[in-house]
Design a protein around this ligand. Structure first.
Ligand code: SAH
Ligand code: SF4
Ligand code: F3S
Length: 453
């Protein structure tokens, strides 16, 4: 029996978890004959993997759906079918509403249901389709399909999902559900498979990744540091990162691990959201700004070259000029290598959305955000500048935009561009950094020429 491939178009918004999930959906659907394509035209199925974290999330989904609809109609005119699916966190939050408002959507499903995807697709395809489709369905979610989709030599590996922390501004506990840690052995096996497919770098993912507490093969509960040690033992895996962490879950073991494990990269994304104790309390972050300073200091002691990035929310309800100044001060104290900062956006259903009266006027929030970003840009440029003249191992994962150019990542997660042969993609190569820019570095591949001496 001949199997013609069906075209699957996946569009992904949001965090790295969503990127990982999209890859997993591609893997699972490959057992139904779907192959990913880069454009929506003529696709047999489209999945929008959505994010609900900030404002206009739902609007974005509907306007994307509006753009995709003509493709579906064109296909239907030819007597062919196109399935449109909305997945991810907007799907979880807005389920019925999406189906109601966009009758041409065939499937809506949240992040915890992806293992049921083959069944859902079959159902959505209709009776006739089911009869014509003789591909086996995936029996178990835990049993990864052979061709695990990875992009380049750096692979995401989801180890923990959901969140029990309930920060007052955040939708994640509602869209992803409660915290769940995958068993350690399952993760180690997956890391081996990723290595076999060419991954040199593994990025361990979770919404609260350092709250990881999975069952170990020895029956005890493992923390993130235990897991990192085991992944570091895998030959062929050269780099490990993890994201996203919560300051309260940075325990001693994990901090020491940064000093012990050379494969653990000297760069940590550690969101703090605010430098004001008052605002941190209103956010339900359950720690003070000084705890964060202390964690940073201890990490720097363990691994002196470690660099940091963070997330900040500017203009949380009730934020005064003094609170904002405290945030600026925290950033000045830490000196970041990079940062994400967002204007607060009220998310329906979260406790902070009820703080209407304390809303910071938009023009003030915007003005503070631009002051904050100016500071961060300065810090980032400064950090990049310190890299000039250094030789750094760079993991090349793709071609650059310019001819003959390669793009890779430094240990500190900076983008590095060099002129070089394409066959270096998928390798870690020493680069001498020649110039630093605001958002990237350029350099030359170091040639170790024994005969020249
Ligand atoms: N688990 C991570 C955060 C995941 S959400 C943590 O605890 O830090 C990613 C980032 O989006 C957050 O760090 C926060 O800075 C931002 N964010 C979340 N909800 C937001 C909101 N309502 N308004 C503005 N930014 C928000
Ligand atoms: Fe959201 Fe807070 Fe959980 Fe992070 S820790 S995912 S910000 S609720
Ligand atoms: Fe967005 Fe959901 Fe991730 S809301 S940030 S895609 S967990």
């Amino acid at each position: 029996m001949t199997q013609t491939h069906k075209k699957l178009f996946v569009k992904t918004w949001g965090c790295q978890m969503n990127v990982y999930d999209s890859n997993r959906m591609v893997d699972i659907l490959s057992s139904l004959g779907y192959k990913p394509v880069d454009t929506p035209e003529d696709a047999d199925m489209m999945i929008l993997n959505t994010c609900h974290i900030r404002e206009k999330a739902t609007d974005k989904v509907f306007s994307e759906l509006g753009r995709l609809r003509p493709h579906k109609e064109a296909k239907e005119e030819k007597g062919e079918k196109m399935l449109i699916a909305v997945a991810g966190c907007v799907a979880q939050a807005e389920g019925d509403f999406i189906l109601e408002r966009a009758p041409y959507v065939d499937m809506v499903f949240g992040p915890q249901t992806y293992h049921e995807l083959p069944e859902m697709v079959l159902k959505a395809s209709g009776a006739e389709r089911i009869v014509n489709t003789e591909f086996p369905t995936v029996s178990k979610f835990d049993h990864l399909p052979e061709q695990h989709t990875i992009e380049g030599a750096s692979a995401y590996l989801s180890i923990q999902e959901g969140c029990d922390k309930f920060c007052t501004f955040c939708v994640v506990p509602y869209t992803r559900g409660s915290e769940y840690s995958r068993p350690a052995q399952e993760i180690i096996d997956e890391a081996h498979r990723l290595r076999d497919q060419g991954a040199l770098e593994i990025i361990l993912l979770g919404q609260n990744v350092n709250a990881y507490h999975g069952i170990g093969p020895d029956g005890t509960t493992w923390g993130l540091a235990d897991l990192i040690r085991k992944v570091a033992d895998i030959e062929g895996i050269e780099r490990i990162r993890y994201s996203t962490s919560h300051p309260r879950d940075m325990d001693d073991d994990l901090i020491f691990a940064h000093g012990e494990i050379l494969k653990l990269m000297p760069f940590l994304h550690l969101p703090v959201q605010s430098g004001s104790d008052r605002i941190l309390e209103a956010m339900n972050r359950k720690h003070k700004a000084d705890l964060y300073r202390d964690v940073i200091e201890r990490l720097r002691k363990a691994r002196p070259d470690i660099a940091f990035s963070s997330d900040f929310i500017i203009g949380f309800p009730g934020e005064t000029e003094q609170d904002f100044e405290d945030t600026m001060q925290l950033a000045r104290d830490v000196k970041y290598a990079s940062c994400y900062s967002f204007k607060y956006s009220a998310r329906p259903g979260t406790p902070a959305a009820n703080l209407q009266a304390a809303l910071v006027p938009d023009h003030i929030a915007s003005e503070r955000l631009s002051r904050f970003q100016a500071l961060i840009n300065e810090q980032q440029a400064e950090f990049n500048k310190t890299c000039e003249g250094l030789v750094m191992p760079v993991l090349f994962d793709r071609k650059g935009k310019k001819d003959g150019q390669l793009s890779g990542r430094s240990p500190f997660f900076q983008s590095v561009y060099v002129q070089g042969n394409e066959r270096l993609i998928g390798n870690i190569i020493d680069v001498k950094i020649t110039s630093a820019f605001d958002n990237s570095l350029t350099g030359d591949i170091v040639i170790y020429d024994d005969e020249a001496a």
